[in-house]
Design a protein around this ligand. Structure first.
Ligand code: ATP
Ligand code: CA
Ligand code: CA
Length: 395
């Protein structure tokens, strides 16, 4: 049974409770002086009760009595600061505009929301995942300090809402796919060719399906072609990230790949107009969060606004085998499953019924190596000469 059944008939109550809770916790944190993060900060959990009638600290509301917990508030404040997010912007994005529910192509039953301004994704996570994220925080902190160039998720907050004996845990993270940019193709890739790695008929029937590894092999057999520098940067980043994931025994993560076909969008006049319109409406201050894919792969962002990415959405310029211009949006997602935590039994069971080579649940080192190889040999390919497009037709 879904752990989210309590709110499932009233998701708007969940969203509203979340928004009340986040407003309160970010607000109260702003009164505490900034200081260095201490080891014990990673373990702090702050609880606040929101009775329906209100209290001297909380407003009255009609979502039913609930408790709101903020995990490691000071540590996450530090992370948000490191990612350049101002407290009032964070609070405004999450709490002042409606949260938009996203369809989840995954099997876990997690709920996904996107903020109206497109900057954040909220995901409900299981107890084990939330517990694991808490354990991961010191290592995550260390990694961010050593390596700003990463495709790993940016975690901005971990919270829970508790009501009528049920508890829903949520993480706030970066949105990888700007909704103003039409994704002509979207893939969730693991490097596994186990026969489940193909979008279901139901998924294919959707307006914007998420395809998988086997679909990629079939539809893009020549992969995504990158200029030499971009290729090297992507692969170096993936390699470093895989090493980190492996060191935490993390498995089952995916590379989310959104592909915008610039030439196809140009042909499709309507979508080009829609995209321009969206872009102009966006407030200037929010744009920086979009530039993540390019920023993630190269520390030197001086070239981000170069002719290839003048649309400022941060996609990585690439080509398909037809020579069409693409912008590719990537990030590693779903990293809160640790082999050490829960996979042993499942692996044993799966390896009994499947050929061990192709099952996507495996040892973390095997998983990381297969992932890296698939991304760097099959998905991304190096082209030495890429035709530059100085005279972009749609400009
Ligand atoms: P499962 O465990 O069954 O694989 P899940 O519920 O844990 O699924 P994820 O794998 O994290 O879900 O994500 C499911 C889908 O949600 C992804 O394929 C992607 O389309 C979308 N998604 C997830 N994270 C992001 C993100 N940060 N930005 C944009 N889209 C995202
Ligand atoms: Ca997944
Ligand atoms: Ca998952």
């Amino acid at each position: 049974m879904s752990p989210f059944s309590f709110f499932s008939c009233n998701q708007s109550a969940l969203k509203s409770a979340l928004q009340l809770g986040i407003t309160h916790t970010v607000g109260s944190l702003s009164h505490k002086p900034e200081r260095d993060v201490l080891l014990q900060d990673f373990e702090v959990v702050e609880t606040i009760s929101f009775p329906t009638r209100g209290s001297n600290m909380t407003p009255a509301h009609d979502y039913g009595d609930f408790k709101f917990k903020t995990y490691a508030p000071t540590a996450f404040r530090y992370f948000r600061d490191l990612f350049g997010i101002r407290p009032d912007d964070y609070m405004y994005s999450l709490c002042n505009e409606p949260l938009i529910e996203l369809p989840n192509s995954g099997a876990s039953g997690s709920l996904f929301y996107r903020t109206s301004d497109d900057d954040y994704i909220i995901k409900t996570v299981q107890h084990k995942e939330a517990e694991f994220l808490q354990k991961l925080l010191p290592g995550y902190y260390m990694n961010l300090h050593q390596n700003k160039c990463t495709l790993l998720p940016k975690f901005y907050g971990l919270y829970s809402v508790q009501a009528a004996g049920k508890k829903i845990r949520i993480v706030v993270m970066n949105n990888l796919l700007p909704s103003a940019v039409r994704m002509h193709l979207k893939f969730d890739l693991k490097g596994s060719t186990y026969n489940g790695r193909q979008a279901s008929a139901k998924e294919r029937g959707k307006d914007f399906p998420t395809y998988k590894d086997l679909d990629f092999l079939q539809d893009m057999p020549d992969g995504l072609l990158l200029g030499e520098n971009k290729y090297n940067a992507v692969c170096k980043t993936i390699q470093r990230d895989c090493l980190v994931l492996q060191s935490f025994s993390i498995m089952d993560y995916s590379l989310l790949v959104g592909i915008h076909n610039v030439d196809q969008a140009y042909m499709d006049q309507q979508s080009a107009v829609a995209m321009q319109g969206m872009d102009q409406r966006r407030p200037q201050s929010q744009r920086s969060l979009y530039r993540t894919a390019m920023e993630a792969i190269q520390a030197d962002t001086a070239s981000v606004g170069s002719q290839d990415t003048e649309d400022k959405t941060g996609g990585i310029p690439a080509r398909n085998s037809k020579g069409e211009r693409l912008l590719v949006y990537i990030g590693i997602i779903d990293i809160l499953q640790s082999y050490r935590f829960e996979k042993q039994l499942l692996h044993l069971w799966k390896s009994l019924i499947h050929n061990g080579e192709t099952v996507s649940i495996h040892r973390p080192d095997f998983y990381a190596e297969r992932f890296r190889k698939f991304m760097c040999n099959t998905v991304f390919r190096k082209i030495l000469h890429i035709k530059t497009s100085r005279s972009r037709k749609h400009k």
